[in-house]
Design a protein around this ligand. Structure first.
Ligand code: NAD
Length: 476
């Protein structure tokens, strides 16, 4: 049985804690109990991390692809060995069922192994020039990266934030969410134990706005990588503008799911319900707005509600739990506000709509239908266990609804009409589209959005190139 570990930062390879530093209480969302005290960085800690990151870049930009591959593969092996402990820690911090935490570890293993191969394929090109002249285009590591990752994928997102800069030859200062620090430390420790020089990757925690202002104002940092809400993303982009930083922004979504009347409704429901309540809906690519063709609307809505009521909610550490608590007290509060507002606007509540139990941050799997488009929940990312189901007449109206919002992260469509599948791939404004599938990611596939959902990609070759700059060299 894993106990929750003691907490620290990792600066220049040292475990840093104590002194006069402020602390943050880490809470188990299933019980509401405090399980750890996290030290928060002061300005001197951040300056030391910056100095170290500058040195880390001088070291790692000269590393060979073989060295980078060895570290990434070694870390992948250690992640596998430590999978069970890491998964338990993530569930204690974030609440999700253990099976989902284990998958997060596998996600990092896959990504690190993919990058370990990809480091050998960061090709430039040679331009056609007269004999005696030579012009080349090359990719070089961008420099020290400031990476901010959220609490909803405490292992998976950290792997993304660390893996790409390390594969590219950058150094990185990670500030993962203060609510889930031990998971982040566990991933970083695998990289360090696999031989990553201690200057190359560090972990700090702090008051988020203090840390981001301090790091992004430093001339040492050359790139910002952020995953989180659109509001915070816009704020960070403005800070990044002052130093003209490169940016990768993975922001919010409001996932449309188009369900046409030529599908097997029960089969779609089996996948859609599991997709919706994964991590209690706290997933940026969560299927959220179900845009259902009117002939199958009632069957779809009733089937969804029936399954939601039977969904097993409990402590993520317990066998058989399908959905854990929400990750922090802000989320059930947000559910209450958004679902309350939807009901006042005239929406129908088909399942859930209430908190569960009297400890922790549990909220029932919920279904709303026939929701007016001006209800807050139809416009603001709910980031919770609620499906929004509305009827539509035809493809044109369904595509218009999918594209109505300023978000464009993930979208899904269910139809057996091949020509329609191709039209949807052209028409839907999104970074990722699942057709007859809720699986939209993979180590080799770019993950990212358009419009207010952000820009840049993580994963795939694109994830490494996002941490590189281009240089053209012309020799006369
Ligand atoms: P929030 O918007 O304050 O924080 C979102 C994330 O950004 C957190 O991880 C937080 O630590 C970080 N953050 C906040 N201010 C920051 C700053 N100034 N500098 C650096 N990092 C900062 O609120 P929250 O309650 O934690 O989350 C609420 C909303 O955030 C959700 O409704 C959802 O829309 C969004 N969110 C999105 C993702 C995602 O994967 N895209 C993940 C978590 C949260």
């Amino acid at each position: 049985m894993t106990d929750y570990p003691s907490l620290h930062m990792i600066i220049a390879g040292e475990k840093v804690s104590g002194g006069s530093r402020r602390t943050f209480d880490v809470v188990n969302p299933a019980t509401g109990e405090t399980i750890g005290a996290l030290p928060l960085a002061d300005a001197a800690d951040l300056d030391r991390a910056l100095e170290t990151a500058a040195e880390g870049f001088r070291i790692w930009r000269k590393s060979t692809p073989q060295q980078r591959a060895a570290v990434l593969q070694g870390a992948a092996r250690l992640l596998m060995e430590r999978q069970e402990d890491l998964a338990r820690i993530a569930t204690m911090e974030e609440g999700k069922p253990l099976a989902e935490s284990r998958i997060e570890v596998l996600m990092n293993v896959g990504l690190f192994n993919f990058y370990a191969g990809e480091v050998f394929r960061i090709y430039g090109r040679e331009l056609v020039r007269p004999t005696g002249q030579r012009s080349t285009v090359r990719h070089e590591p961008a420099g020290p990266v400031a990476a901010f990752s959220p609490w909803n994928f405490p292992i998976g997102n950290v792997g993304r934030k660390l893996g790409a800069p390390i594969a590219a030859g950058c150094s990185v200062i990670l500030k993962s969410a203060e609510e889930t620090p031990a998971s982040a430390l566990g991933v970083l420790q695998c990289l360090l134990d696999a031989g990553l020089p201690k200057e190359v990757a560090q972990a700090v925690f702090g008051v988020p706005d203090e840390v981001s202002r301090h790091l992004l104002a430093s001339p040492v940092i050359r790139k910002l990588s952020f995953t989180g809400s659109t509001v915070v993303g816009k704020h960070l982009l403005k800070l990044a503008a002052d130093n003209m930083l490169r940016t990768t922004m993975e922001l919010g979504g409001h996932g449309p799911v188009l369900v046409f009347d030529d599908v097997d409704v029960d089969q779609v429901l089996d996948t859609a319900v599991a997709g919706k309540y994964r991590n209690a809906g706290q997933v940026c690519v969560s299927p959220t707005r179900f845009i259902v063709q009117e002939n199958v609307f009632e069957k779809f809505r009733d089937g969804f509600a029936q399954r939601a009521k039977a969904w097993k909610v409990g402590n993520g550490l317990e066998d058989g739990t399908q959905m854990g608590p929400m990750a922090n007290p802000r989320r059930p509060d947000a559910m209450e506000r958004l679902i309350g507002n939807a009901k006042e606007s005239g929406a129908r509540l088909d399942a859930g709509g209430e908190r569960i139990g009297n400890q922790g941050f549990f909220y029932a799997p919920s279904v709303l239908s026939e929701i007016p488009l001006d209800a807050e929940i139809m416009n603001e990312e709910p980031f919770g266990p609620v499906a929004l189901i509305n009827p539509y007449k035809d493809e044109e109206a369904m595509v218009a609804e999918a594209n109505r919002l300023p978000y464009g992260l993930a979208a899904y469509a269910w139809t057996n009409d091949v020509k329609r599948q191709r039209r949807l791939a052209d028409e839907i404004e999104t970074g990722m589209l699942g057709i007859n599938s809720h699986m939209i990611g993979g180590a080799d596939s770019p993950f990212g959005g358009v419009k207010w959902s952000g820009h840049g990609s993580e994963d795939g070759p694109e994830g490494i190139l996002a941490c590189m700059v281009t240089k053209a060299v012309h020799e006369g």
